[in-house]
Structures are given as structure tokens and as C-alpha cells.
Design a protein around this ligand. Structure first.
Ligand code: NAD
Ligand code: WQD
Length: 336
């Protein structure tokens, strides 16, 4: 059984990936400093798996701490989720974002070289495309300037990985560009745990439905879309987690690799459609009003995800409705 170091494995996408790794015969080893995660995820993971996963409370930008983990565990591969991810916050604290997101990747890469680990799957983002010129966005679409320091960290990290692959041809690297991850594990035992007021649409809807927020503000309904609200490609977090398993299986068959893949449904939904679907599938009211546009928002974006289907043998299995039902189950679990 292959041992996979999962940096940021106590986070939203990392924790769901830990479950899928176990389900598919891998041994995940979580490394997380809990800078943006909560102890409650550990109980949820234990309840789903039936045992406590291996966990190191370490900062993966700290060379010595991470070296101790490599020494103790001798992993076969790394999935690197650990990063700060709030777009707005990154514009307020750019140095903190560049420091954490880039240092953590560099430290991981240095230790992979030292311990002769060849395989890395990196959490990238549709944000690397900036404001897209063409829809759907494919992996070969032009990458514009990122629209935030966070987005630049993803562009820079992808570049670092590409350069590392040139220098070390034995490396096998997959860059996964997530579109908009939503939903929770169908058990309702793990999900997204945003600290403070959520920035993202679906956690905000769920907290409004739960009465934690008074009302949701739709950021603009005067866009050039059918109902005037922005369009995104929402993907269930469990589908996303499965893509990491497929990526590990695929790189294992390659002699060398440095490939990027879009991960999305391959279709878009508007903000209004997401709200309406949440209300109808969960039979719960959500108060909302129309507000002004949010600075920096792209009008519409969705993925061409056919490369992941063709090469990784991966595609989404779960619908928007299922994701929003799972979100609500998780929100109710949190409110218990
Ligand atoms: P998250 O914040 O829930 O998870 C990230 C985890 O990394 C957290 O548990 C945090 O405590 C940990 N972490 C951060 N810095 C660390 C460090 N230096 N050392 C150890 N642990 C550290 O975020 P997420 O939504 O699960 O995102 C995971 C990855 O996917 C991130 O790289 C993010 O940029 C990327 N991504 C997320 C989205 C999204 O919308 N959620 C979209 C595209 C890409
Ligand atoms: C979705 C839509 C909002 C909140 C972000 C990052 C991106 C990637 C995914 C990491 C937009 C609207 C939202 C609200 C609203 N993350 N909205 N009211 O901005 O597409 O992408 O997460 O890599 O880099 O930028 O996601 O969930 O914030 O917004 O109307 O209270 O919902 O305007 O149209 P976004 P989001």
C-alpha cells in the first residue's frame, strides 16, 4: 500500500481526499498546522473511517518539522493542499500569502528531493486563468495576470513545479486546477468549516438557511447572463477528492510527467440557480437580496474538463442538487 503525505489534510478538500485515499487502498498521512482547520474534522474522519488517521501537527513551511515527518513516514507520494486560500484576505496580507503558499511548496520539493520521492499532486485553481477570453476554459487557454496575490501564488507554484520537473526528470507531477468546490461528505460528518463570515457562496447560503446569517446578498444581477447573476462551475468535493486518487494512479504509470488538469462539471450554474436549488432540494427558506457587483468577480467561467476524463479516467458523478443536500446535512450536523 502506498503512503501519501497529505499536507493540509485537515482542511476542507484535504479531509475528503483522506477518506477517498483510504477507500482506494492508499495510506494517507496528514500534515497540518491547523491554521485554517478545526479539531472537529478529526472526530468526523474517525467516525467515517472507524479509526484515527495518522496526523502530524506541523507547519510544512518549517523545514525541520517536515523533515521529521519524511524521516518517520518515508512517503511514496505527496498531495500538497496546504496553503492560505482567501482571495480578499490575500490582497490585505500579500506577504503572508506569498510566504506561506510558496515556502510550503519549496520545502515540500526540497524534502522530496532529499528523500527521493517522485510523485506530487498539487492543488491549483481556476484562478490561474484570470479573466478568461474563451469558454469553456481548457488547460491550454491563455493564462492572464492573476487577479489577486492568492492567484499569483498558484501561478508561481505551478511554474516552480514545471521548473522542478525540467531539473529532475524523474519527478511525476500533476497540477489539478479546481473550479468551485462545494458540498460535503454524504455522511454529514465532515465538510467545510469556514472561520468567521464565509466569503464563498455555498457556505454563506447554508449559514443563512441555518439562521446564523440574516440574509445573503447576491453580488449583482446585471451581468450578461440569462438571469443576470454570475456563472460558475460548481463541483462536489467528493468528486474532487476522487480526482486525486485517479491522479496518483495515473502518475504511477508514467516515467515522467508534469500535466495540468481542469476539475469541474464542465458546465456552469448561476448564483440564482444555486440558491433556488438549495431551497427546493432542502425545503428550507433562504433570505436574499440583490446587492452591487463584487469587485474582481468574473462574469462567467466553467471548465472544459474533458482532458481529465480522457487521461485520468475521471469525471464528476454528483449533481449540484446532491452537493447542496450534502452541504445542508453538514450544516445541520454543525448546528447540533
Ligand atoms: P482549507 O483552508 O480548508 O485547507 C487548507 C489546509 O492547509 C488547512 O487545514 C490549513 O490549516 C492547512 N495549512 C495552511 N498552511 C499550512 C502550512 N504552512 N503547514 C501546514 N498546514 C497548513 O482549504 P481547502 O479549500 O481545503 O483548499 C485546499 C487547497 O486547494 C488549497 O491549496 C487551496 O488554495 C486550493 N483550492 C481551493 C479552492 C476552494 O475553493 N476551496 C479552489 C481552488 C483551489
Ligand atoms: C461564487 C459566486 C459571487 C458570495 C473563489 C476564488 C477562486 C477559487 C474558488 C480558490 C460569485 C457570488 C458569493 C455571496 C454572492 N478558490 N456570491 N454572494 O469567487 O467564483 O471563486 O473560490 O482557488 O479562486 O476566487 O467563488 O463562492 O466566492 O463566489 O452573490 O455572499 O457567488 O459574486 O459570482 P468564486 P465564490
Amino acid at each position: 500500500m502506498k503512503k501519501v503525505l497529505v499536507t493540509g489534510g485537515a482542511g476542507y478538500i484535504g479531509s475528503h481526499t483522506v477518506v477517498e485515499l483510504f477507500n482506494h487502498g492508499f495510506i494517507p498521512v496528514i500534515v497540518d498546522n491547523f491554521s485554517n482547520s478545526d479539531e472537529r474534522v478529526l472526530q468526523g474522519l474517525e467516525d467515517i473511517l472507524g479509526f484515527k488517521p495518522i496526523l502530524y501537527r506541523s507547519d510544512c513551511a518549517d523545514y525541520q518539522s517536515l523533515k521529521d515527518v519524511f524521516q518517520a513516514e518515508t512517503p511514496d507520494a505527496v498531495i500538497h493542499f496546504a496553503a492560505f486560500k482567501a482571495v480578499g484576505e490575500s490582497t490585505q496580507q500579500p506577504t503572508r500569502y506569498y510566504r506561506n503558499n510558496i515556502d510550503s511548496l519549496l520545502t515540500v520539493l526540497e524534502l522530496m528531493e532529499e528523500f527521493q520521492v517522485r510523485d506530487i499532486v498539487f492543488s491549483s485553481s481556476c484562478t490561474v486563468y484570470g479573466q478568461p477570453d474563451e469558454l469553456p476554459v481548457s488547460e491550454t487557454s491563455k493564462q492572464k495576470d492573476a487577479t489577486s496575490p492568492y492567484g499569483y501564488t498558484k501561478q508561481v507554484c505551478e511554474r516552480i513545479l514545471m521548473d522542478a520537473c525540467v531539473a529532475r526528470p524523474e519527478l511525476r507531477c500533476v497540477l489539478l486546477r479546481y473550479f468551485n468546490p462545494i458540498g460535503a461528505h454524504p455522511s454529514g460528518l465532515i465538510g467545510e468549516l469556514p472561520f468567521g463570515i464565509p466569503n464563498n457562496l455555498v457556505p454563506y447560503i447554508a449559514q443563512t438557511a441555518a439562521g446564523i446569517r440574516e440574509k445573503l446578498v447576491i453580488h449583482g444581477n446585471d451581468y450578461q447572463t440569462a438571469d443576470g447573476t454570475c456563472i460558475r462551475d460548481y463541483i462536489h468535493v467528493c468528486d474532487l477528492a476522487m480526482a486525486h486518487v485517479r491522479a496518483l494512479e495515473w502518475i504511477d504509470l508514467q516515467t515522467c510527467a508534469c500535466e495540468a488538469f481542469n476539475l469541474g462539471q464542465g458546465q456552469g450554474n448561476s448564483v440564482k440557480e444555486v440558491i433556488d436549488t438549495f431551497i427546493s432540494v432542502n425545503n428550507v427558506p433562504v433570505r436574499f437580496e440583490i446587492g452591487p457587483r463584487r469587485t474582481g468577480d468574473v462574469e462567467q467561467v466553467w471548465a472544459d474538463a474533458t482532458k481529465a476524463q480522457r487521461v485520468l479516467n475521471w469525471k464528476t458523478e454528483k449533481s449540484l442538487a446532491a452537493a447542496l443536500q450534502d452541504t445542508w446535512r453538514w450544516q445541520q450536523h454543525l448546528s447540533k
